[in-house]
Design a protein around this ligand. Structure first.
Ligand code: ARG
Length: 257
């Protein structure tokens, strides 16, 4: 009996050592992958009720990390820092409902596109602005808001510079700030991507989205130029798009129309 318990003790001790080693080593060998995002853009990325990051891009990034066996670390920052963080290699991926643009391609690489984005215009209900063309009418002097460094900001600012519109632009740190300025009547319209536009309009009374679109774009994941992990990340993204995982994630956040 005594001998048996001694054997048992040895076996248990051995099992404990093995379990600990397995646990410790797997933790150490699991590399992290850092995602740069700007969690102010529901349903792509926002801060959830528990203070955690939620949204399409967050779930998509998690699926990429899971597929490749990495631990995902989310770094939240101002939108206009996302591209810089990826370009410098500090983050291995940037996802923020990011539109592929020629200018950004000078600094970062992009994956395949995973979503379509539409730049929409939000106005107050009853606004004299009835369509995007009204912003381009001769002598129009509306104040248009946009989140700084977003394509809405970049394109409208370019149109002002080129003399295509006589309206003015107000740049905000977040879309939510532009929306609250619109609600209080400081500005006349906000240019922002269609899905966040719907979220903001649903959360704020008295606002409406114009039927006409300002721009039609594609979202993709930004990667550092020549990033070490780029090829495996791009491959994982292509697989997650083609096997329907991305669509499932989108459906979880955006109800089918
Ligand atoms: N699609 C637009 C762009 O790439 C806006 C993205 C804003 N994203 C955000 N997380 N605030 O410029």
């Amino acid at each position: 009996m005594k001998k048996l318990s001694k054997v048992l003790a040895v076996v248990l001790a051995a099992m404990f050592v093995v379990a600990c080693f397995a646990g410790c080593s797997s933790k150490e060998s699991k590399k992290t992958i850092t995602l740069a995002t700007s969690a102010d853009f529901p349903p792509y990325e926002s801060i959830g009720d528990n203070g955690d990051y939620v949204g399409i891009d967050i779930d998509f990034a998690q699926a990429i990390a899971d597929k490749l066996g990495y631990e995902l670390k989310v770094e939240n920052m101002d939108f206009d820092s996302v591209i810089t963080s990826v370009a410098s290699g500090k983050s291995q991926m940037g996802m923020a409902g990011l539109t592929i643009t020629e200018e950004r391609l000078q600094n970062v690489d992009f994956s395949s596109a995973y979503a379509n984005g539409i730049q929409a215009v939000i106005v107050k209900e009853g606004s004299p602005i009835k369509s995007v063309d009204d912003l381009y009418a001769p002598g129009a002097s509306y104040k248009v808001g946009a989140q700084i460094s977003t394509t809405g900001d970049i394109y409208f600012s370019a149109d002002i510079k080129d003399g295509k519109t006589t309206c003015t632009i107000e740049e905000y740190a977040t879309g939510a700030e532009a929306i609250s300025s619109l609600s209080t009547g400081k500005i006349d319209a906000v240019i922002i991507d269609n899905e966040p536009a719907k979220s903001f309009v649903a959360a704020n009374d008295g606002l409406t989205i114009l039927d006409s679109q300002f721009a039609n774009e594609s979202y993709a994941v930004a990667l550092p130029k020549n990033g070490e992990l780029n090829e495996e990340i791009k491959k994982a993204i292509d697989e997650l798009i083609s096997d329907g995982t991305v669509q499932k994630i989108v459906d979880k956040y955006i109800s089918a129309k």
